[in-house]
Design a protein around this ligand. Structure first.
Ligand SMILES: [Zn+2]
Length: 126
């Protein structure tokens, strides 16, 4: 009761980013690059973004992994998970790095861009 919460408490960003969203890298060697989120691991606060943080995996010829068969073997490029805190969401309306707020529209909350104020719309999941 009456405990101060604001001070000394690290700011925790909620996981506003979902697969299919476009993000921009805001730190590290790939700063400024954009990509589409492929997967999120909210528990680990890590994400996989297409074309970002590419790692190489050595694969033997004929080896099966993830339902695909490497015909020739060799080295396969794939995007590795990295910290969620290294990216920022790109607004689908104003095309700028932003954060999402929530506001009540009708009887449910919808995310909106804090930069342009437009509702942030996601394509329905396939
Ligand atoms: Zn916007």
């Amino acid at each position: 009761m009456g405990r101060q919460q604001a001070q000394g408490r690290p700011h925790v960003r909620s996981l506003d980013i979902r697969s299919g969203d476009t993000v921009v890298v805001i730190s590290g060697a790939e700063r400024g690059k954009r990509g589409v989120v492929q997967r999120t691991f909210s528990a680990q606060r890590r994400i996989v973004v297409a074309g970002i943080n590419i790692r190489k995996r050595h694969q033997r010829s004929g080896e099966q992994r993830g339902g695909t068969t490497a015909l020739q073997g060799g080295i396969i490029d794939f995007p590795a998970p990295f910290s969620y805190s290294n990216v920022q969401l790109i607004c689908s309306r104003c095309d700028q790095p932003t954060r999402l707020g929530r506001r009540l529209e009708g009887d449910h909350y919808v995310p909106f861009c804090k930069r342009c104020g437009e509702a942030y719309l996601r394509a329905p999941r396939a």
